[in-house]
Every structure is written in C-alpha cells, then in structure tokens.
Write a new protein. Structure first.
Length: 286
C-alpha cells in the first residue's frame, strides 16, 4: 500500500483539490481514502488508479455537499484556495501540474453540480475518456457526455473552445506591476478588457471588496489605489511574481506573512479577470 501511496498520492490530491477547491479538504480526502484502502481485498485493486480515483471522487462529492452549505454563509465572494507549485516538473511532490486546470477555470467550476464538476475535471484535467468516466461514476456514457455539455454551457465555454488558459509570462506580470508602481493610469487601462472584473476573497476576516468590481475604469482605479496604499507601507510590504496553481501570479507579503495571492486571467493579451485571495485561512500553502 505504501508503494501505491507514493505512486498515486499526487494524482489523487490533484483530483481532490479540483473537485473541492480546497487543499485542506483534498489532503483529508486522500488520507481518508488510503486508510480505507488498507482494508480492501487485493483483487479489487487490480486497477488501482481507477479504484482509488473512484474512492476519492465519492469522498469529495460528500465534501462538496457540506461545503455548499458553508459557502451560503460566507462573507463576500468565495474563491478557491491557492497552492504554490514548483516551476520544474521534476520537483513535483504534492500536485501534478500537467493535470491542473487554470485558477480561472477553478472559479467557474463553482457554477456546476458535484456530478457535472466531476465529469469536467476527469475529462479536461485528468484526460479520462468517457467510457472510463461512465464506469467510475456508475453512469451511461451518453449521460456523461450530456453532463459534460451541460457543464461547458454553465461555464460559458462552447463545445469547440479550448479549456487551457492563455499563458501569462512572468515578464508580463513584472511589466504590469511596474505600470502600477509608476501610477500610469493610461497604460494600466490599456492592459484591461472592457468587461474586466476584479474579485476579492477576504472571508470577512480582512478588508476586501464584498462584491466584484466591474468595468475598466473602476478596476483600474481600484488597482492603482490599492498599489498606492501598498506604497505607503513599502518598508513592510513586498510584491513579487510567484508560481501559483501552475501559472504566474502575484504574492503580497509583509515580512514572513503572506497577505494576498493574486491571479491574472488573460483574454487576447489583456486582463479579463483578476482574483485576489486575502482570507488568511487560504494562504497557508502560498
């Protein structure tokens, strides 16, 4: 069993994390599954990957149901918990980067039912084919295809639209930060789409916008005002580009404390969405 744990732990964590949006819940799910797997008869583990993925999926579906009730009482927007990912594949120890959906996609997953989310993650992130998904979920293949189509529709993704996010280079992030530092309103505005949106998650524990900020003018002003306030505390605050969730993002720190993790979603080279996670409970892995 230890051999199976070493072989599949990262994959199962990656699956569980994308099903729940919580690294803490994902870790609990994986540990719980391996504890139960110790009592499973070896014959049932002839195909360990499929069996373990099914166990994790079932565990996460239960977690999703309880999480939905908690999020109904959550203060302000709820965003997935960010995780720090290594830049080199050979350094992978916790998460399988190639199987990670973009952070913006994780946000969209919140629109789905637990079953729709499971089908989408298994298909688009982990590359399972429909017969495998059908067997794992105990459903007909045609039903799984319908669930996938429904999931894409709810997320606003057409059938032929690729799921992979537009890549954002670290140099691009650095130029964006430089524009904010210089207070260049026109240049910041030029980097935003007309329908740009800024979403902040403070969880009622720190100061954060309780509603998404929309339109280029309002988002640009919020960014510049926020950067100016950071500049007033330069001795204590530090902004840096960071590798989060398999993509380039921004981390704000105060000495040894992480204050925020920021994700940028591009559309045709411009910022369409900004996600700022400020809830301290969600920053432990950043």
């Amino acid at each position: 069993m230890e051999e199976l744990y070493d072989q599949y732990r990262a994959l199962l964590f990656t699956l569980a994390y994308q099903l729940t949006g919580s690294a803490a819940d994902a870790e609990d799910a994986v540990q719980d599954v391996f504890v139960k797997a110790y009592d499973v008869h070896p014959e049932r583990l002839e195909e360990p990957k499929a069996y373990l993925c099914k166990m994790v999926t079932n565990r996460c579906r239960n977690l999703q149901k309880s999480a939905r009730k908690k999020r109904e009482m959550y203060v302000g927007p709820w965003l997935p918990e960010p995780i720090r990912t290594p830049e080199a594949d050979q350094l992978e120890t916790t998460v399988v980067r190639r199987d990670l959906l973009s952070y913006a996609m994780l946000v969209l997953l919140e629109r789905l039912s637990p079953t729709e989310r499971t089908v989408f993650v298994l298909r688009e992130a982990l590359g399972f084919n429909y017969p495998e998904i059908a067997e794992l979920l105990g459903k007909q293949e045609a039903n799984c295809r319908k669930l996938m189509s429904r999931a894409r529709s709810k997320m606003g993704i057409s059938e032929d639209e690729p799921v992979a996010a537009e890549a954002i280079e670290q140099e691009w992030v650095s130029r964006f930060l430089a524009s904010l530092e210089q207070g260049n309103v026109d240049h910041v505005m030029s980097l935003l789409t007309d329908d740009v949106m800024l979403v902040a998650d403070g969880g009622g524990k720190v100061t954060a916008y309780k509603r998404p900020i929309q339109t280029r003018d309002h988002v640009a002003r919020a960014l510049l005002d926020g950067f100016q306030s950071i500049g007033n505390y330069q001795e204590r605050l530090h902004l840096e580009a960071a590798h989060l969730n398999g993509e380039n993002g921004i981390v704000i720190r105060s000495r040894d404390e992480t204050l925020a993790a920021i994700f940028i979603h591009l559309r045709r080279g411009k910022i369409a969405r900004l996600y700022a996670v400020r809830n301290p409970d969600k920053l432990a892995r950043v």
